[in-house]
Design a protein around this ligand. Sequence first.
Ligand code: M6R
Length: 611
Amino acid sequence: MCGIVAYVGPKEAYPVILKGLKRLEYRGYDSAGVALLSDELKVYKKKGMVADLEESLVGKDLHAHIGIGHTRWATHGEPSDRNAHPHRSASGKLAMIHNGIIENYGQLKQELANKGYSFSSDTDTEVLLHFIDDIRENNHCTLEEAIRIALRRVTGAYVIVILDTESPDTLIAARKGSPLVIGIGKGEHYLASDASPIIEYTKEVVYVNDYELAIIKPDELILKNLGNEKLTPYVQKLDMELAAIEKGGYEHFMLKEIFEQPHTIYDCLRGRLDISSGKILMSGVEQHIEQLKNANRIIMVACGTSWHAGLVAEYIFEELCRIPVEVEYASEFRYRNPVIHKGDVIIAISQSGETADTLVAIEKAKEQGALIFGVLNVVGSSIARTSHAGAYTHAGPEIGVASTKAFTAQLAVLTMIALKLAKEKGTIDEKRYLHLLTELHDIPEKVQVILEQTENIKKIAEKYADARDFLYLGRGYNFPVALEGALKLKEISYIHAEGYPAAEMKHGPIALVDETLPVVFVATRDAYHEKIISNMQEIKARKGMVLAVISEGDETITKMADDVMVVPVCDEIVAPMLNVIPMQLLAYYIGVYKGLNVDKPRNLAKSVTVE
Ligand code: M6R
C-alpha cells in the first residue's frame, strides 16, 4: 500500500525524496506527489508512476531542505491528480501524506462539512488533514497537540507525516498499524515506509511503534506517545546492503529474485542446519521449545503466497510432528471469533511483516493466550514486534510485487522448524531425519539446476501465452504449489488461472477442459505419482493440453505431456521448494511476452497494509 518518504536536513530534499519514491514504488504506483517547503509551501502531484511526476516537474522550482513525498495505491477515490498525496490543509499551512485507511472518515467529513469545509479530493486523508487543521486553528494549540487530539478520535490505520509552514524545519509523524522507519544521519533525518530509501544514507534507524508521535528536526528526534510522554528512541542498525535493493543487471526485480533463490535458500539454512552434528539451531524455537512441541494445535495464519507456504507446512508438520495444523486466511480468522486455547500456537507467515490482516489476526490470538511465532522476512517489522518469538527467512528485500524468493525461504524455515520439533518429540526416526537434513541442504544446488533450464521454460511460456485460462493441478505437497503457480500467473499475466487438488478436478473444473485449455500438472515423483498420471490421462482424453513439472528421468509423463519442465529428484517433503521455480519462471515469461509490467502488476501492491 502507499509508500511515504520525507527528508529534513542540509541536502536538497527533492532528489532524496524522488529516489526514495522510486524505491518504494512497489508499494503503490497509481499516482505520486511531493510537498517541498522553502520560502513557500509547494505541492506537486501527478497521476501515474513516479517517473510521470518527475517529468512533470522538469523546470519547476524544487529547491527545499525539507519535504515529503508519496506514492499511492488508491483506497478512497480513483487514481487521479486530485486524489494523489500530499494534501493541503484549508488554512494552506499544512501538507500531509498518509498510508492507511481512516475508517471513520465519513463521520469526520460530515462534521467538517457542517462547519463549512469543502474538499478537493475524495480521500480520507484530506478529511484527517482538515480535521487536524481545524483543531489547531480553533483551539489555538500547537500542531503536535492538534495531531494528538485528532488521532484520539480516529479509527483505522495510518502513518502520517505533516509539513507545517509555521515550523519550517520540523516534520511531525505518527503511526498506528502502518510502518514507519526513521533514518538518523548527521544533522539530518529520513523517513520512509521501509528502509530501502534510507539504506544508502545511513544504517542507523528507529522503527516507530503504534500510537507514537515523532517530532523531527535536522538534528533532533523526539518520540512521544499520544499521552505526550517522551519515549527513548531505540536505535537499531540495518543489516542490509544497497545492492540488495537494486536490479543488478536483470531486466526485472522479479527475475533477479527468482535467480537469487539458490543464495537466499542457502542464507536461510546457513548457521541453522548443521549436517555434521545432525542439528538444527534456531534460537526462536529453542526459547519456546516446550510450548511448541507440546502444542495442542498449530494455526498457520497468513495471506496470499504466504498462505500457500502455510498449506505446504500443514502437510509437513502433520506428517513429521503429528501435531494437528490448521491453515487460516488471516482476513477470515481476524473476524470470525475463532476458538483459541492456551496450548495453541499461531505461526504467522509474512514476507513484509506488515500485512494488516495478519497483524490484527495475531493481535487477537495473542490476547487470547496463544503463543505467536513469526516466520518473517523483514526484520523489525510490525508482525515481528508483535510476535513472542520467530525465525527470519533471510531472503533479503523482495521488491517484485509477486512473491518468489520469500516463498521458498518460508518453506525452508518451516521445514526446519518441523524437523526440529519432530526430533524433539521423537516422531521421526533418525534415518529419515538425517536424510531430510541432507535433502534440505542440497536444495540450493538443485534450484540452480532448474534455473539453468530457463530458456526451455521461456519457450513453453511463449507457446501458451495467448491462452485465456489455465488450470493448475497437484496432489499432496504439490497441491499448494499448484495454487501458488496459478496465483503467480494471475498476478503477472492477468490470465485467469485456478489451482486445484488434481483429484478434485472431476468434481467440477473438468467441465472447462477442451483443446484450448493448458493444464499445468505439478507431478514430480511422490506417493501420489501413479494417481496424478491417471488425472493427466483424464485431461488428455478430453483434448486438454498438458504441461507438467516432472522429476528427472520420468519417461512416462514425458511421453504423455505436451511439454515438460524437469526438476532434480528429491524427497517429496522438500519438493515444493523446487517445483515452484518453473511455476515462477512460466508466469514471469508469459507476463514479459505479453508486454506487462511484471514488477508492478496492475491493482496490486507489495505490502497490503489495509484490510
Ligand atoms: O507480506 P505478506 O507475505 O504478508 O503478503 C501476503 C500477500 O499479500 C502476498 O503474498 C501476495 O499474495 C503476493 N502478491 C503474492 O505474490
